[in-house]
Design a protein around this ligand. Sequence first.
Ligand SMILES: Cc1ncc(COP(=O)(O)O)c(C=O)c1O
Length: 363
Amino acid sequence: MAVISFARGIPAPECLAVDELADCAKAAIERDGKTVLSYGPGGGYGPLREWIAARHGVEPARVVVTSGSLQAFVFLAEQLVQPGSRVIFEAPTYDRPIKILRRLGAEMVGIPMDDDGLHPEALEEALASGPKPAFLYTIATFQNPSGRTLTEERRRRVAEIAREHDLLVIEDDPYGLIRFEGPPIPTLFELEGGENVAYASSFSKTIAPGVRVGYYVLPAPLAAQIEALAVSTYITPPFMTQATVHEFLRRGNFEPNVDRVNGLLRGRRDAMLEALERHAPEGAVWTRPEGGYFVWLDLEHDAPSLASAQAAGVTFVEGKDFFADGSGSRSIRLAFSYVSTDEIAEGVARLAPLLAGATAPVA
Ligand SMILES: Cc1ncc(COP(=O)(O)O)c(C=O)c1O
C-alpha cells in the first residue's frame, strides 16, 4: 500500500509550469547570458530586484534576493542573534526557524495564538517580561503550520507595538498570494511602513520551489549587511534561476500562474475539510484556512504516533515539531498541497480510526 503523505508541504507536481519555465530559462540565457552566467552583485539579479522593489514600493537597494527565503532568514538570524538573545514567535511556528534559532543559542519565547493569529497582549507581556528581543518572527498569513491568518485589527496593533518598542518584526510571507477566497489583508510591512518590519517572501509557492528564489525587503543598512553575508557565503547568487523567474514575470505569467495554482490547491483544501467533516472524531477541532498549504488539527488527547499512522498508510507532521518547548502532543499538521483530492479522501479515512483511538477517554 502506497503511503499517502500529508507531511509534504510542497506543491503538487501539476502546480509546476515545467514547459514554460524551460522556455524562460533558455530565453534568460539568450537575452542576458553574459551577465547571468557570470559572477555579480550579492543582492541578486538586478532586473528581478527592481521588479520586487517596484512591487513593494521601495528602493532596489533594500531588496536582497537569496537562494530561497529561508537562506535569508539564516543570514538575518546570524546577523542579529547571539547566544542568549531572545526571539519571540508564534507557538506553534514553522519548524525550521526553531532549529536555526536553537543552533544559534537563542532564548526562544513562543507566544500563544488562536484562530485570529498571535495575541497582541501576549506579545506585550513577553516584551515586558525580559530584555529587548532580537526580533519577533511571524507568519501572519496562512501560517505554517496552522493555516491561521492574523486579523487586520491585530496586525494594526502589532505594528503599533513594534513602533512603540522599536521592535524588529520579521514577517515571513510565502503563502500570502496562495489565497482561495476572501479579500487580501494588508501585510504588517504595509501597515507599519517598513521601518520596523523586515518582509520576506518567495517564489517557491507561486512559481516553483526548485528555482530557489526568495527575497527579503529590509531597512537599507540591514540589507547591506545581509548582502555582505551572502557574498562571503556563496560569492554570487544563482543568477540563472533568478533570471528565469524574471523572464516568467516579464512575460506576464505570474498572476495567471498564481490563479491556476490557487485553483488546483483550493480543490485540495476543500477535499481535506470535507474529509475531516466526515471522519474526524468528536472533540477534534481543526482550522479552515482561506489559503496556503496546511490544516492544523487539535485532539482532546495525545495524537497518534507517526509509526502507527505509517502502518495505516498515511503520514503527517507531529504537532510537537512546531513548538520550541516540547508541547503540541495533541496536535498534527496536515498538508493538503501535494496529494490529489482522491488521496486526501482516502488518507483521512485511513487516519480516522487512529484519531478516534487517540481521542477515546483514557481508562
Ligand atoms: C513559513 C515558511 N517560510 C519559509 C519557507 C521556505 O521557503 P523557501 O523555499 O523560499 O526557502 C517555507 C517553506 O515551506 C515556509 O513554510
